[in-house]
Write a protein that binds this ligand. Structure first.
Ligand code: FAD
Ligand code: SIN
Length: 533
């Protein structure tokens, strides 16, 4: 609700929502010429970037070529990728790595060269990494550089609620032009209007829409939902990636066991029989793309009524395992598992949102003044399934591309007009927080059970029915009570669940990550699922 008049000073030229790899890359690329405000929900390091393990894919090996990387990406993506985007990103990968080296990311080396590890779906070694905690090293270097830049203001603890558009101008224009965001100050509970000439959404994925996910708590699809509500198209939301190997542990729910464990020789075993089953499913065995390995794990678990399968690298020398996977080794030891001697119990879990806000090669969305980059987007890179370690890369390339486009067009961007302040005069404090918790749990459970790795039309329709009922309840709640981060996230989770289910119902084939028993075949022509608000 937005009624009272408010004139914003627009102290910043560009607003970026999100402080992960995409957001901070864009901020650093803009800040030599423009004043940038970065808003982040919770802590600056709260996104998926800090959690990335395996690394970043780039053609750096003498025997490798861009063509190989492009082909591997298109094979993993089951032909749904846009070739133009794939080429655009992959050809820029070496430059992106060079920039990170300049920022001080301490990538592992082998002699004078960067050490390259291997992951599923890659025909060559091409993953640069910092042990098995690449994301933390990258996130820390980006935050350090952003904090040191005089033109970047970092505001953590701000949960953005909605985009400010022509509908919120003091003199209503109703246009789709985006002027910034309404954001909840999580410490004070007040809602601020932040305006700027250009806005970039870099809010990450929607993984928490599923009960089991490797993604952090805040991956609730906020940017995707905000862009959709403001009128931007979203694409391929049915393409939810499930990682084959998330640790199975009753206390630690979402700890990833990097794909590099399989890349360095790890094998998947049926814990009941000890049988190494991946060669039965695919000739690439454990190094098949993730959709295939995740489905195989799921099939073994369901067929034999197992709680988990085993990932075993104990046949490799203990020193090799400790040296390559120090973080995982340490974490597992704390849970009583010595991976140098024992197999690791693993299950598939949601891992990556391949679909999102539709963008072009410059990071532009459908809405004037609005850009997007990183996991919240559908750029055409991943198609029906993301190739491992291509997503951090996408963040760097599109963070820079969006910044370059804003700089190139800067003179054509108008100064934001006065906009209306957030009106909280007709809402009260909630006396029923339990509704949020209940709905949140319910969504995540039915999404896991009905919209998971293997789908059917009937299950999708059941999910759609529940979403409709919950939307009425949540809309009613949202209209009456003061916003909180939990409520903002619930509303967005539900919106994303709706987009995923509608997209899944639209696709009448099985392609990449979308596998349905009712349409098991591939249609001859790959076609994006694009939803129009
Ligand atoms: P994120 O890093 O997720 O950042 C999102 C930002 O948006 C955060 O700052 C968050 O606070 C902010 N935000 C969200 N909503 C709001 C809101 N409403 N208001 C304000 N701020 C908001 N990819 C690889 O390429 N290689 C890997 O090895 C790899 N390993 C992974 C391991 C794990 C466990 C996970 C979960 C993912 C991994 N990925 C990996 C995927 C990769 O980490 C992500 O795709 C990538 O980091 C996304 O970056 P991003 O900048 O788009 O978003
Ligand atoms: C992993 O380390 O297995 C994750 C890599 C990725 O998600 O790209």
């Amino acid at each position: 609700m937005t009624t009272a008049l408010y004139s914003d000073h627009a102290a910043h030229d560009v607003i970026i929502v999100g402080s992960g790899a995409a957001g901070l890359t864009a901020a650093l690329a803009l800040a030599d010429r423009l004043k940038v405000l970065v808003l982040a929900k919770g802590a600056l390091t709260g996104g998926s970037t800090a959690w990335a393990q395996g690394g970043i894919a780039a053609v750096l090996d003498a025997g490798d070529t861009f063509e190989n990387h492009i082909r591997d990406t298109m094979i993993a993506g089951a032909g749904l990728n846009r070739q133009e985007t794939v080429e655009f990103v992959i050809e820029r990968a070496p430059h992106a790595i060079e920039r990170l080296v300049q920022l001080g990311v301490p990538f592992n080396t082998e002699g004078q060269a960067l050490h390259l590890t291997r992951e599923g779906g890659h025909s060559h070694r091409r993953i640069v990494h910092v042990d098995d905690a690449t994301g933390w090293a990258v996130q820390s270097a980006l935050v350090r550089a952003a904090e040191a830049h005089p033109n970047i203001t970092l505001l953590p603890g701000r949960a953005c609620i909605d985009l400010i558009t022509g509908r919120h101008e003091a003199r209503y224009s109703g246009s789709g032009r985006v002027w910034g965001v309404y954001a909840l100050d999580e410490a004070t509970g007040t809602v601020e209007a932040h305006t700027a000439r250009a806005t970039i959404l870099a809010t990450g994925g929607a993984g928490r829409v599923y009960q089991f996910s490797t993604a952090p708590r805040g991956a609730t699809g906020d940017g995707i939902a905000m862009a959709w509500r403001a009128g931007a198209r979203v694409g391929n939301m049915e393409m939810m990636q499930f990682h084959p190997t998330c640790l199975y542990n009753l206390d630690v729910k979402n700890f990833l066991i990097t794909e590099a464990v399989r890349g360095e020789g790890g094998r998947l075993l049926n814990p009941r029989t000890g049988h190494r089953y991946m060669p039965d499913y695919d000739e690439r065995a454990e190094l098949a793309p993730r959709d295939i390995v995740a489905r195989a794990n799921d099939a073994e678990i369901k067929r034999d009524g197992l709680d988990f399968v085993h990932l075993d690298i104990s046949h490799m020398p203990p020193e090799f395992v400790r040296e390559h996977f120090p973080t995982i080794h340490e974490k597992l030891l704390g849970l009583g598992i010595d991976m140098t001697r024992q197999p690791i119990p693993v299950v598939p879990a949601q891992h990556y949102t391949c679909g999102g806000i539709v963008i072009d090669l410059a990071g532009r969305t459908d809405l004037p003044g609005l850009y997007a980059a990183g996991e919240c987007t559908e750029s055409g890179l991943h198609g029906a399934n993301r190739l491992a370690s291509n997503s951090l890369l996408e963040c760097f390339v599109f963070g820079e591309a969006a910044a370059a486009d804003i700089l190139a067009r800067w003179d054509s961007f108008d100064v934001p007009p006065p906009v209306r302040a957030w009106d909280a005069s007709r809402v009260t404090d909630s006396d029923e927080e339990v509704i949020i918790k209940q709905n949140w749990t319910e969504i995540r459970r039915f999404m896991w059970n009905y919209v998971g790795i293997v789908r059917t039309t009937k299950r999708l329709e059941r999910a759609a029915h529940r979403i409709k009922l919950l939307m009425e309840e949540v809309d009613d709640y949202y209209g009456h009570f003061r916003v909180s981060t939990d409520l903002i996230e619930l509303r967005n989770l539900l919106q994303c669940a709706d987009l995923i289910v509608r997209s899944a119902l639209t696709r009448k084939e099985s392609r990449g990550l979308h596998y349905t028993l009712d349409y098991p075949d591939l249609l001859p022509e790959p076609k994006d699922t694009v939803l129009v608000p």
